[in-house]
Design a protein around this ligand. Structure first.
Ligand code: IVH
Length: 750
C-alpha cells in the first residue's frame, strides 16, 4: 500500500478502478476472516483498506458502488459468509391455529403410529421464540462451527459472531464427541429498545422489531459489531449427535441445560391435549411480561423413539407443531384492488390499503385470494363474512398471523361510501388481454395466454431461478425483471439464461457497463450460471414451474423416471390416455349435473374407466398413463397438468431448448446395501405393525419406490389381511408377494 496516490490527486478513472479493486479485496478479506478463520491480511491492513475506500468515496460520491464495502450491512452481508451444509436438514414447523388443529395433530400422530386414542402419549409444550434459528456444532466439547438455517440444507457460517454471544458456551464438558445444538438467537425487548435508541443517536440503522435486530446483528461481517449487540440464545433441539442425549425430549433438554445452555423455563411435560392447551393459555397470559417476543407454543412428542418413527415430511417434522397465537388486527381503508398474474396464469387480487400498523408492522397490501372471496362466497357456494362483499372504498379489517401475508377478515358496512360499486373481476388478463377463464371446480380465474403472457413468462422465470429451483447466485427476481424483454440482452426463456454469455461481445460489454454491473459481477454471474449447468433431475422438474408439480411431486417423478428423455417419451406416449381422461372427466362433470341417482353416477364412472383402460385408447398409452398416475403421491390432477405442459408447443420448445444446455443428474442411487433399493413396492390390505404412511416412508428411506397400483413394473407386493384385487393381479402377473412379517424380515426390521 506504499504506492497509493493521495486521494486528492486521483483522477476519476483511477478512483473508479481503485474502488472496484477495494470492493473485491475487502470482500475476500471478510470472507477469509469470518468464514474460514484464515485471514491473509492483518487487522491493521484491513482497517487501512476500509479507510482508503471511505476516503475515495467521500471525494467521489458519484462513484460509490452499489456493492460498496461501506454499505455492507443487512441482507447483502450474506455474500460475505461462507456456506455450511447442514449434516441434518434444519426443518421448520407445521402450524396449528386453534384447539381443533391441535386435536388433529394428536390424532394424526396416533393414526400414523397406530396408537389407540386412549393410549398414553406425552408431549412437551414450550414457547416458540421469535428469533432466528442457529446450529452450534461441538466436537470433543469445543465449539467449532455456528451456522444459520438458510434454506434448511445450506446456511451461513457465522462462527466468529456466535462466539461473541454470552449464552453460547465455547466449551462444554461431558458432551458426546459430536454434539450439534440447535436453538434460537433472539434479543430482549429491553435490549432492542436500547439498541434502537443508540442507533438513532449515532445515525445508524434502526430495526423494526427484535427479530430483525437479532438477525441483523448476528449477520454482521464485523464480529465486533455483533459483540456490541446483546444477543441471547435458547437451546431447544439438536442435529447430528455421536450418541443419543436421552430417551425423551425432556431428558435431552435437561442434558443441554446441564451442558450450560439456556433452556426455556416454561417448558412443560403434558399427558393430554387438554394439558397442552392449558399450558398454551398460561404461556399466552404471560406473553406481554416475558421480556422477549414469542409467537406461539411448540408441542413435541416426548418419546424420542416415537419421534424417529414419525420422521419428517418434506420440510417439517411429523412429531412437532407450532400452535400460533391469534393474529393481530387493525381497521383501514381499501384504496384499490389490483390484479397480479402468477406463474400458472392465476389472476390474484391484491388489496391496496391505506397503510396501517398491525402488530408492529406497517401493512399496505393484503391478499384477497380470488373473486369468490371478494364477493363474500366460499368455494362451496356458502357465505363468508356473512356474505358481505368487499368494495374499493370500504373500511376493512386486516389481520396478520406470524409471517403470513396479511389478509382481510371483515368489512364495516356502516362506513361503506354511498357510491361504492361491487367489484367486477376481470375476465381478460390485465397483462396480455387473453381470455381469463375459470374452470369448473377451480376457485381461480386463469389467463389462457401461457408463455405469450409476459406476466406468466416472467413469473415462470423467477420461479426457475428461485432458491429451491436453479438457485443462481446473482440472478434473482430483480435481475429477471431487468433482463426480461431487454432490447439488447433478453432472457425470455430458461434457455436464454444459459446462452447469455455467448451472445454478441458488444452486448456483453454493455452489460458490464450497466448500473450495478461491473466486470466482476458479470463474470460472477456467468460462473454462477455455469455452476448450474449440471442439475439434479428433481430440481429441474420443480424449476419448470408446471402447475401442481411442487417439490415433493418433482422428487417423486424424478425417483420414478430417473431420466428426462425416458420421462418425456413416456408422457408423450400417455398423451392420448390423458386426453381421454380429461374428456371423460368433463363428460362426468356434465353428467353429474343431470345425474340424479347413484346408479346413474356409477354408470358414468364405468364409462370413464372403460375409456381409459381400453376402448379408444391405445394400450401403450393406457399403460404409460397408469404408470404416471400410479406413482404414489401423483394423481390424475398432476398427471394432466404435466401432460398439458409437455403437449403445449411453446412450453415444450422451451423445455427441449433448455435440455440441450444441461447435464441432468438422476436422484441419488438408492442405498445399495438395502435389499429393496430401486424396487417398486405396493402395499395393500391391513398392516398391523405399522401404518401405511409409516410403511411408505420407511420403504422410501431404503431406496424403494412405492406405488399405489400393481403393474408389470411392480417388483414386490406387501399384502396384509383383507388384500383384494391387487393381490390377485400380482398373482396373475407372477409378482413376488410377502406378508407384513416377511417384509419386515426382508428390510431387517424384525
Ligand atoms: S423445534 C425440527 N422449538 O420456529 C423442528 N423451534 O417455525 C425444530 N422455533 O425453525 C424446531 N422456538 O427457528 C423449535 N421452541 C422451539 C422454537 C422453534 C422457535 C423456530 C425455529 C424453527 C421455526 C419454525
Amino acid at each position: 500500500m506504499s504506492d497509493t496516490t493521495a486521494t486528492a490527486d486521483l483522477t476519476e478513472d483511477e478512483a473508479r478502478v481503485e474502488l472496484a479493486r477495494l470492493a473485491k479485496d475487502l470482500l475476500r478479506a471478510n470472507q477469509l476472516y469470518h468464514a474460514e478463520d484464515a485471514p491473509e491480511i492483518s487487522d491493521a491492513d484491513y482497517d487501512a483498506l476500509k479507510r482508503r475506500n471511505a476516503e475515495i468515496e467521500a471525494r467521489f460520491p458519484d462513484l460509490k458502488r452499489t456493492d460498496s464495502p461501506t454499505e455492507q450491512v443487512g441482507a447483502r452481508v450474506s455474500e460475505g459468509f461462507s456456506k455450511v451444509n447442514h449434516a441434518i436438514r434444519m426443518m421448520s414447523l407445521g402450524n396449528a391455529f386453534d384447539d381443533e388443529d391441535v386435536a388433529d395433530f394428536d390424532r394424526s400422530i396416533r393414526k400414523y403410529l397406530g396408537l389407540p386414542n386412549d393410549a398414553p402419549l406425552a408431549y412437551t409444550a414450550e414457547p416458540k421464540i421469535d428469533g432466528l434459528s442457529l446450529s452450534l456444532r461441538y466436537e470433543h466439547g469445543e465449539l467449532i462451527q455456528a451456522a444459520t438455517r438458510g434454506d434448511g440444507e445450506t446456511g451461513e457460517n457465522v462462527t466468529t459472531n456466535a462466539r461473541t454471544v454470552s449464552d453460547i458456551p465455547h466449551r462444554v464438558e461431558g458432551a458426546p464427541e459430536v454434539l450439534e445444538v440447535r436453538g434460537e438467537v433472539y434479543m430482549s425487548h429491553h435490549d432492542f429498545e436500547a439498541l434502537n435508541t443508540r442507533q438513532a443517536e449515532t445515525g445508524g440503522k434502526t430495526f423494526s422489531n427484535p427479530r430483525n435486530a437479532a438477525a441483523g446483528s448476528l449477520r454482521q461481517l464485523d464480529s465486533e459489531i455483533t459483540r456490541s449487540r446483546p444477543l441471547k440464545f435458547f437451546a431447544y433441539a439438536w442435529g447430528e449427535l455421536s450418541e443419543p442425549l436421552a430417551e425423551t425430549q425432556m431428558g435431552a433438554i435437561d442434558r443441554l441445560k446441564a451442558f450450560g445452555f439456556q433452556v426455556n423455563a416454561l417448558t412443560r411435560l403434558c399427558d393430554t391435549t387438554d394439558q397442552m392447551l392449558d399450558h398454551y393459555g398460561q404461556i399466552e397470559a404471560q406473553r406481554a411480561t416475558l421480556g422477549y417476543d414469542i409467537d406461539g407454543v411448540v408441542y413435541k412428542v416426548n418419546d424420542l423413539g416415537l419421534q424417529s418413527r414419525l420422521g419428517f415430511r418434506s420440510t417439517t417434522p411429523r412429531w412437532a407443531i407450532a400452535h400460533k397465537f391469534p393474529a393481530e388486527l387493525a381497521w383501514t381503508r381499501l384504496e384499490a384492488i389490483d390484479i397480479q398474474v402468477g406463474r400458472t396464469g392465476a389472476l390474484s387480487p391484491v388489496a391496496r390499503l391505506h397503510p396501517v400498523t398491525v402488530g408492529g408492522v406497517v401493512v399496505s397490501n393484503a391478499t384477497l385470494h380470488n373473486e369468490d372471496y371478494i364477493a363474500g362466497r366460499d368455494a362451496k357456494g356458502g357465505t363468508i363474512r356473512d356474505g358481505k362483499d368487499i368494495r374499493v372504498g370500504d373500511w376493512v379489517q386486516v389481520y396478520r398471523a406470524g409471517d403470513v401475508i396479511p389478509k382481510i377478515s371483515d368489512v364495516d358496512l356502516s362506513k361503506r361510501p354511498d357510491d361504492a360499486q361491487p367489484y367486477a373481476f376481470p375476465t381478460n388478463c390485465p397483462e396480455c388481454t387473453s381470455d381469463a377463464i375459470r374452470e369448473e371446480g377451480d376457485a381461480v380465474r386463469r389467463c389462457t395466454g401461457g408463455l405469450i403472457c409476459p406476466a406468466q413468462a416472467v413469473e415462470k422465470l423467477k420461479h426457475f431461478v428461485s432458491r429451491k429451483a436453479f438457485d443462481i447466485d446473482g440472478l434473482g427476481a430483480k435481475q429477471i425483471e431487468m433482463f426480461y424483454d431487454d432490447p439488447i440482452l433478453p432472457i425470455n426463456t430458461p434457455a436464454d439464461i444459459f446462452t447469455l454469455q455467448d451472445r454478441d461481445a458488444g452486448n456483453l460489454a454493455r452489460l458490464k457497463n450497466r448500473d450495478g454491473w461491473g466486470e466482476t459481477s458479470a463474470s460472477n454471474l456467468f460462473a454462477a450460471i455455469d455452476d448450474k449447468r449440471t442439475i439434479p433431475f428433481a430440481r429441474l422438474l420443480f424449476a419448470l414451474g408446471i402447475r401442481h408439480v411442487g417439490e415433493v411431486g418433482a422428487r417423486d417423478l424424478a425417483l420414478f423416471y430417473r431420466n428426462w428423455d425416458l420421462m418425456a417419451a413416456s408422457i408423450d406416449t400417455a398423451h392420448p390416455a390423458a386426453r381421454a381422461q380429461r374428456a371423460a372427466d368433463e363428460a362426468e362433470d356434465a353428467e353429474r349435473i343431470v345425474a340424479s341417482d347413484e346408479g346413474r353416477r356409477a354408470r358414468v364412472k364405468e364409462v370413464r374407466d372403460a375409456t381409459i383402460s381400453g376402448g379408444n385408447v391405445p394400450e401403450d398409452a393406457a399403460n404409460a398413463w397408469a404408470d404416471l398416475i400410479g406413482i404414489d403421491g401423483i394423481g390424475a390432477t398432476l398427471g394432466l397438468s404435466l401432460s398439458d405442459a409437455f403437449a403445449n408447443q411453446a412450453e415444450r420448445e422451451a423445455f427441449d431448448d433448455l435440455r440441450t444446455h444441461l447435464t441432468i443428474v438422476p436422484p441419488d442411487a438408492p442405498a445399495s446395501d438395502s435389499p429393496v433399493a430401486g424396487k417398486t413396492v405396493v402395499f395393500t390390505g391391513t398392516l398391523e405393525k405399522m401404518t401405511r404412511a409409516e410403511a411408505k416412508a420407511r420403504a422410501e428411506a431404503l431406496g424403494a419406490k412405492v406405488s399405489g397400483s400393481v403393474s408389470q413394473k411392480t417388483d414386490l407386493l406387501v399384502a396384509g389381511p383383507g388384500a383384494g384385487s391387487k393381490a390377485k393381479k400380482a398373482a396373475d402377473l407372477g409378482i413376488e408377494t410377502l406378508d407384513e412379517d416377511g417384509w419386515l424380515q426382508l428390510i431387517g426390521d424384525l
